[in-house]
Design a protein around this ligand. Sequence first.
Ligand SMILES: Cc1ncc(COP(=O)(O)O)c(C=O)c1O
Length: 427
Amino acid sequence: MDDTAIAQLIAAEEKRQRDGIELIPSENYVSRDVLTAMGSVFTNKYSEGYPGRRYYGGQENTDQVETIAIERAKQLFGADHANVQSHSGAPANEAVYFAWLEPGDTVLAMDLSHGGHLTHGNPMTRSAKLYNFVPYKMKNPETGEIDYDELRELALKHKPKLILAGFSAYPRELDYAKFAAIAQEVGDQCLLMADMAHIAGLIAAGVAKNPFDYGFHVITTTTHKTLRGPRGGMILSKGTVSTPLKAPEKTLENIPTLIDRAVFPGMQGGPHEHIIAAKAVAFREALQPEFKTYAQQILKNASVLADELQKRGFKLLTGGTSNHLILADVYSSFGIDGKVVEETLDKIGLTLNKNTVADDPLPPFRPSGIRLGTPALTTRGLKEDDMATIAEWMRQAIDKREDAAALEILRREVRDFARKFPLPSDS
Ligand SMILES: Cc1ncc(COP(=O)(O)O)c(C=O)c1O
């Protein structure tokens, strides 16, 4: 590469990734094939529209790439329709709102400090300015169970047009059947949407429940987390797929068509066909038997890591994990906030993020918690036996956070250990 400034930064980032242990639960490492597709000449191509219905010529290859991506996505999740053009998870969620809601309509979604995502109603977002988000919460953060009685009461009171199940920081499985029963009581035109950005890979592998099996109409997801694809979004739906010239009636049956129209031309211009090619590659990888083994290992690693952390004094929200996500209240465990822990662990090459805990008494930029998970380290090949080592490093670093020399020794230990596990893009 001629651009030495950028080439050096790419090399430095690769070294950072290689020399550390990635604990951020929303990150992963893609394969060489996914990287190759992302860096391909498809980035040169404009292809506004959908396969077979484009606004530019020269689509003989893009149409095939996008069709392959769509068919693989449908197969992975048992969907009737897949829109693979969403640029990322946030716009995928916005596209569903835009497809289904009118300004002022009500959405029930998980409270942010109880695990929901920013796009589920944070007042700073465009969606929250357009629609009326009503939050529901966990009944008891000690167990993690959602307060389904409260959810039902809120639903009957506010008559939402959309009920959203999904999370960024919630370590337990949701009871989709309960969501579906509540939506039924609201009426037959209440859209059930699941934002599965975090656990899409687990669902695709069959190690987590699939909301479609419980009557959900729409699943949104990112493609770069447990699904191990390129940075991007996707919207899966049940219903009739059609291409009418006029906007179809807003019925649940028409959801696939409404979503396609919301993504393009509603919200986006030309799709990123190089990313769509990489999504197709990742979906093929996720359809292989090895991917199921990978997803099972994510869960095993997360469960052991949760136990090992608890043994070392970390108080975990909901008392553990049933997926790949672990939330620890470091403020009540050690009297320091999540920012201090994030920065301390950065110094030794363990990367994770600070996070609010339910109804956090501390502010969001210095919250009480940390969030971590096992998708990325499982991709590197770490197994259950390695989890005690990581938990021990975390505790040691917290105890010795004022001691620069001790942190430097830990940094070297982490680096020597991490280098034994290649990045998947090496081969
Ligand atoms: C549940 C959930 N939805 C949506 C998003 C947004 O995805 P993106 O960052 O790709 O816009 C995230 C990202 O972390 C997420 O966790």
